[in-house]
Write a protein that binds this ligand. Structure first.
Ligand code: K7E
Ligand code: CUA
Length: 655
């Protein structure tokens, strides 16, 4: 045991040493690019990019929107983290989006965006993304580029093998990374083995509105479920999950979870389980999880606590789950566009293992089982193996496909993207990454139809690539042209947060559906003010509601008196503009929250609790017209016991 421990630690320290990139030696290969590379990423002023890229923010909890090939940043969409710029999680309307069974959780770790699909092709309607830390799945509507739904995932911890979408967006799938007691209970950690369980959640997507609902959770052995991808084409109806820690260790994992020569890819026949569930299979288990939905008509979110979830024991659905032995703690789990090949990226393996879906079915049909884990059949490694890419690099993490028979795998330790051929398994090209690449993304790469023109590498280490910014340097992505035989590095561009994965699609899928404004006549916000003449201030005990409007370039009302120290003042502001790109902002001195940024036709609310008497100004925070700087107003705050009458006005002096 001691020896194993020692040798594993030595191996790990070698791997770590490898990753400490040597800046000096890399200089020579990274030098100036040819002018043709510059031309390939040049998008002339006023021109549009060819692709959207949605890049996860990792620990920023957000999703950022880039254009490719330019690498220009368009928007950071707040998802799991409060964002003062957009008032997300600060205004009254969006606070419920961040509600969970643990209360208000204004942050998460967002890893894997995935675009909805129709008939196996990305359709540009929604992006789904996982929150790892307090397990959640979010949906972003690509007509508004706003987060419109978040569902918490019960019985999960470190929601990492998520959030990947099946080929007709039947399900977005979320798998647990950490196994835990299900249901949670107070028990010794050392009793993990055999007692902790891992849940794989199949969340149905309403085909019209995209509403999410947990259809069932598969309760699996207590391994770590790292990544997953859906089958497609011939393997549609199956889902594949990499596992590590099949040792079921709970301490010093870098050693103890690296003992087994092979871990597994779990192959789940979700069609079979769906049928079982539709016939009443599974059991309802008490649970407590938040389902938060943003309604575009009311411009407001509601949070509902759900009280039960359907769980399924895999042993109750024979033929639904199999384990495919896969070498050495696989990370990425990637399925090629035909649905035949399942690539397990064994982090500590010298070779890359590719499984065959057809062989897997044959093995199942002929009942060739090598054993079982907690009753789940394990197939023979040789029976399911399609091929091996021999020694392609060190530390494989993720693989994407170009739709032309090539696969591209990232290698963290040897810091490169390696291109290889499906079927012959030969390496045909390799390009260095600066430095230590994690995920990579080809637009449509997780579908039957990748758009194999570019690949984006998302790197874990930046070092010297940009001007220094103190100890914390920018995170970085790199763009490669993959239209030819050889990959060509075109561009470095900085990213927001740590990019773990991205999803991309042709801009033409999204552009025509992008909303320009919200129609005032459709505004069903309970505190909307649809005409300036209806602006008013209403007192209800110590609560005051201000029904305010904005239009270039004033607030109505802009003078308010009769507010008292200790009041709770809700400013409900409706932007009456009906032109594209004319938001107004508002901020109030001393408000313990963010500004609001209100889109045309929208109503938003912030709370102000005045603590000091005086006459206090508010103003527009978005430069909206030549007279933006005149867009301001005053609120008079009197002592708590005063008799100052409640009054409001615009364009006249308050008497
Ligand atoms: Cu998909 Cu970064 Cu969460 Cu690999 S993980 S790198
Ligand atoms: Cu409205 Cu500036």
């Amino acid at each position: 045991m001691k020896n194993i421990l020692k040798s594993t630690l030595v191996l790990l320290s070698v791997l770590v040493a490898f990753t400490s990139c040597d800046n000096a030696s890399s200089k020579s290969n990274s030098g100036a690019l040819s002018s043709s590379a510059a031309e390939k990423v040049y998008v002339a002023p006023g021109e549009h990019d060819e692709f959207y890229a949605f890049i996860s923010g990792g620990f920023s909890g957000q999703l950022s929107v880039y254009g490719l090939p330019s690498g220009r940043l368009f928007k950071v969409i707040p998802v799991f983290s409060q964002d003062a710029e957009k008032a997300y999680g600060y205004n009254e309307e969006t606070k419920p989006m961040l509600n969970t069974s643990h209360g208000f959780v204004p942050w998460d770790d967002a890893h894997h965006p995935d675009i909805s699909q129709t008939n196996g092709v990305v359709d540009g309607r929604w992006v789904f993304i996982n929150g790892n830390n307090t397990p959640r799945i979010a949906k972003i509507d690509l007509s508004t580029f706003e987060t419109t739904e978040i569902i918490e995932v019960p019985n999960s911890a470190g929601n990492h093998s998520s959030s990947f979408v099946t080929e007709n967006s039947e399900y977005v799938v979320a798998g647990t990374r950490f196994s835990v007691p299900i249901p949670q209970k107070d028990m010794p950690i050392k009793d993990y083995k055999g007692n902790f369980k891992g849940s794989l959640s199949f969340i149905s997507i309403d085909p019209e509105h995209g509403h999410m609902d947990i259809k069932f959770q598969l309760i699996m052995p207590g391994f770590d479920y790292d990544l997953s991808h859906p089958g497609r084409g011939k393997s549609h109806g199956w889902f594949f999950f990499t596992t590590y820690n099949t040792e079921e260790a709970s301490t010093l994992m870098e050693v103890n979870a690296s003992q087994n020569d092979k871990d597994f890819i779990a192959a789940v026949n979700w069609k079979k389980i769906e049928e079982y569930v539709n016939n009443g299979g599974g059991t309802m288990m008490p649970a407590n999880y938040a389902h938060n939905v943003y309604d575009e008509a009311t411009h407001s979110a509601t949070s509902t606590m759900k009280k039960e979830v359907r769980i399924v024991n895999p042993l109750d659905v024979p033929g639904a789950v199999y384990f495919l032995p896969t070498p050495k703690s696989p990370h990425g789990c990637d399925v090629d566009p035909t649905g035949e090949y399942i690539v397990g990226n064994g982090k500590l393996s010298a070779n890359l293992t590719v499984h065959s879906f057809t062989k897997m079915l044959n093995a199942i049909e002929n009942n060739k089982v090598a054993g079982d884990a907690y009753g789940i059949p394990i197939l023979n490694f040789e029976d399911v193996l399609a091929g091996v890419v021999e020694q392609p690099g060190l530390g494989p993490l993720h693989t994407e496909f170009d739709g032309k028979g090539n696969a591209y795998t990232t290698f963290f330790i040897s810091s490169e993207v390696v291109k290889w051929k499906l079927g012959t398994w030969e390496v045909v090209d390799r390009q260095p990454c600066y430095y230590s690449v994690g995920h990579l993304m080809i637009p449509g790469g997780n579908s039957q139809k990748p758009f194999g023109k570019y690949v984006v590498a998302m790197n874990k280490i930046t070092k010297d690539r940009y001007l220094p910014t103190g100890p914390e340097v920018t995170q970085s992505a790199q763009l490669y042209d993959i239209s030819g035989e050889k990959m060509e590095l075109l561009l470095d561009f900085p990213t927001v947060g740590e990019p773990h994965y991205a999803a991309g699609c042709p801009a033409d899928l999204v552009k025509p559906r992008s909303k320009k404004l919200f129609k005032l006549e459709d505004n069903k916000h309970p505190y909307a003010t649809l005409n300036e003449a209806d602006a008013k201030v209403v007192r209800d005990g110590k609560t005051v509601h201000v029904y305010m409007t904005t239009i270039r370039s004033h607030f109505a009302p802009d003078n308010i008196e009769g507010i008292k120290v200790g009041d709770k003042v809700y400013f409900h502001i409706t932007n009456l503009e009906q032109d594209y790109d004319v938001p107004h902002g508002v901020s109030m001195i001393g408000a313990n929250t963010s500004e609001l940024l209100i889109m045309p036709g929208q109503t938003e609310t912030f709370l102000w609790e005045p603590k000091q008497i005086g006459v206090w100004p508010f103003y527009c925070t978005d430069f909206c017209s030549a007279l933006h700087q005149e867009m301001q107003g005053y609120v008079r705050v009197s002592p708590a016991n005063s008799n100052t009458p409640l009054k409001w006005s615009l364009g006249e002096d308050i008497e």
